[in-house]
Design a protein around this ligand. Structure first.
Ligand code: AMP
Length: 132
């Protein structure tokens, strides 16, 4: 059965899309740990991050770097942090989490509230700064 993220890539499930290229897709996490929390995924469905081929890991990292630059430019955090976990969704992904304060809890357990309208506006704001 395809993962929920594969369904998002195919447009079968809606997402707050940030960007995509031939091999990757980026979208807002619906339970954000911070404003702008974004997931970067390879279109090829692989469960465990470290089962990606070395070139796929490199390409996903390069794609994520471009998305992180867009987060930095649009939301101006101190910097953007990275988490790889994969315990909930069996489709490899990189969490990009903007860090706004040095004291900000940096974990996937803590979620912030963003309204649906807020998520849409945020996605638009970030999209404008993406340079692939
Ligand atoms: P993990 O697999 O533990 O690295 O986390 C998976 C992440 O995917 C969680 O932070 C979820 O909030 C997020 N997530 C799950 N379903 C969706 C969805 N339909 N759209 C956006 N994010 C999602």
């Amino acid at each position: 059965m395809p993962s929920i993220f594969t369904k998002i890539i195919k447009g079968e499930i809606p997402s707050y899309k940030i960007a995509e290229d031939e091999k990757h897709y980026a979208f807002l996490d619906i339970n954000p740990a911070a404003k702008g929390h974004t997931l970067c995924i390879p279109k090829r469905e692989v469960d465990y991050f470290f089962d990606l081929k070395p070139n796929e890991l490199a390409e996903l990292t390069k794609f994520s770097q471009k998305i992180a630059r867009a987060l930095d430019k649009s939301l101006e955090p101190i910097r953007t942090g990275v988490i790889v976990e994969g315990l909930e969704v069996p489709h490899a992904h990189i969490h990009l989490i903007p860090i706004y304060k040095e004291t900000q809890a940096f974990s996937l357990g803590k979620k912030v509230e963003v309204t649906e309208t807020g998520m849409g506006k945020l996605a638009e704001q970030i999209r404008q700064k993406v340079e692939l």
